[in-house]
Design a protein around this ligand. Structure first.
Ligand SMILES: *Cc1c(COP(=O)(O)O)cnc(C)c1O
Length: 432
């Protein structure tokens, strides 16, 4: 059975179930598989003929089996992947993998849905225990977690978001559902929200409450994201050319799961972590110093993160081997002006409407492909353009259509509680 160790090295290794419930290890480290599974050549060669759910089950099984029986896991996976992940051709050798066709139109739907269903399975039939899922959001996590966990038995969800720093649609997605979903509007930045959540997890005052994290640090949210890279590889129509995949990166969970997919055998040639003005990682790759600065607000706000929590998972996978790391991995930063130009360019030249996050990923991909002539490239388009309708409309002159998932929200009442300090958070949690 797979065990997960803490990357701080001061806590015992635990099972999948325990990592899902703990979120963070008791020594404040992120969990990471003790040993990575290796997929068989047969499986990899046969990818073309496999469905999304077949790929998902086969790749997640080694991490989970032992805690969830295969028949149940198979059901969870199918229920999680109930929408499409189309690979859309943008130009001759550039493709967009659209991850925004789920219920909240963001790529985080898959991780949130998978985690919610795992936690629901672990809680089923128990009446004595209630989990409080506590999560900070820079934009899309909140909506995805709210939708994924809505109505899940035995789970209360508390979402912290930075006041005035998420879009109207994003705010609606996390404040309009009701039932077991509660939103706290914080006077501060995303990093402030995340700091409060981290503190709550290690606060003795709150030890009576069974707190569970649903940020991408949670293994059950993080692992399923590797599926995207298998889908991108399977659907690539130019398999003879080396594949470069660019991720719009904030907390670096998505790209870390791509690296994980590669480490289990998926032959992706290179990864590009494309970031906005929050450029801690590209600076680190240049000079070896990891120095987070104050978070800068941008038009790709789901990536406004200056100290990406999942980056340690990537470093772990390349432990002590900077040369191997640089061989697989690049990271580039782009300004809001460059992002707007890319959106306008994609619209004008290819008729492709990108959201600001996808546009940053496109820029990173282009930069990398200029270095590798033979390559074929895919960028991950992580949010539906309508979620950033104002920017998209102003820049590319196209009003993105509102899918039914969003139209339904526009008439609902927003409900949230304002908080300004950690103290207020603890009072709120104790009163649940
Ligand atoms: C969360 C998010 C990202 C960043 O993903 P990470 O896994 O945190 O790097 C990028 N784009 C969108 C739209 C997001 O919601």
């Amino acid at each position: 059975m797979m065990k997960f160790k803490s990357l701080n090295g001061q806590a015992p290794a635990v099972s999948f179930k325990e990592t899902v419930i703990n979120g963070l290890a008791p020594d404040h480290g992120l969990y990471f598989p003790e040993k990575l599974p290796l997929l068989s050549q047969n499986f990899l060669l046969g990818l073309k003929d496999k469905s999304d759910a077949e790929i998902a089950l086969e790749t997640i099984k080694p991490f989970v089996s032992g805690d969830i029986p295969e028949s149940e896991l198979s059901y969870i996976v199918q229920d999680t992947l109930s929408f499409a992940f189309p690979l859309v051709r943008v130009s001759q050798d550039i493709f967009s993998l659209e991850l925004f066709h789920g219920p909240t139109l963001a790529f985080k739907d898959v991780g949130a849905r998978f985690m919610a269903r795992c936690l629901g399975f672990f809680n089923s039939g128990k009446t004595d225990s209630r989990n409080v899922v506590l999560v900070a959001t820079s934009g899309d996590t909140g909506g995805a977690v709210a939708s994924g966990f809505l109505g899940v038995e035995g789970v209360e969800v508390v979402i912290l978001y930075p006041k005035g720093k998420v879009s109207d649609v994003q705010e609606r997605q996390l404040t309009t559902l009701g039932q077991n979903i509660r939103a706290l509007r914080v006077d501060g930045t995303f990093d402030d929200c995340q700091a409060m959540v981290k503190k709550a997890f290690t606060d003795d005052q709150l030890s009576d409450i069974r707190l569970t994290s649903a940020n991408s640090i949670n293994i059950a949210r993080w692992l399923p994201q590797m599926w995207y890279f298998f889908f991108a590889f399977r659907d690539n129509p130019l398999p003879a050319q080396p594949l470069i995949i660019s991720c719009p990166s904030g907390n670096f969970g998505n790209i870390a799961s791509g690296v994980l997919a590669k480490k289990t055998g998926l032959p992706v040639e290179r990864f590009v972590a494309s970031v906005n003005a929050n450029d801690t990682v590209p600076r680190y790759l240049n000079d070896g110093n990891y120095l987070p600065e104050k978070t800068i607000p941008t038009i790709s706000n789901a990536m406004d993160v200056s100290d990406p929590s999942n980056f340690v998972r990537i470093l772990e996978m390349y432990r002590n081997n900077r040369a191997a790391f640089l061989k697989d991995f690049s990271s580039y930063s782009f300004s809001d002006d460059q992002t707007r130009e890319a959106m306008a360019h994609l619209q004008k030249n290819f008729g492709y409407t990108a959201d600001p996050h996808g546009a940053v990923a496109y820029l990173g991909l282009k930069t990398e492909m200029d270095r590798f002539d033979e390559a074929v490239g895919t960028f991950l388009e992580t949010a539906h353009p309508c979620k950033f309708g104002e920017t998209v409309g102003a820049v590319s002159g196209v009003e993105p259509n509102l899918p039914p998932q969003v139209q339904a929200l526009m008439h609902l009442q927003k409900t949230y509680t304002d908080i300004t300090s950690y103290q207020e958070l603890t009072h709120y949690l104790k009163a649940i």
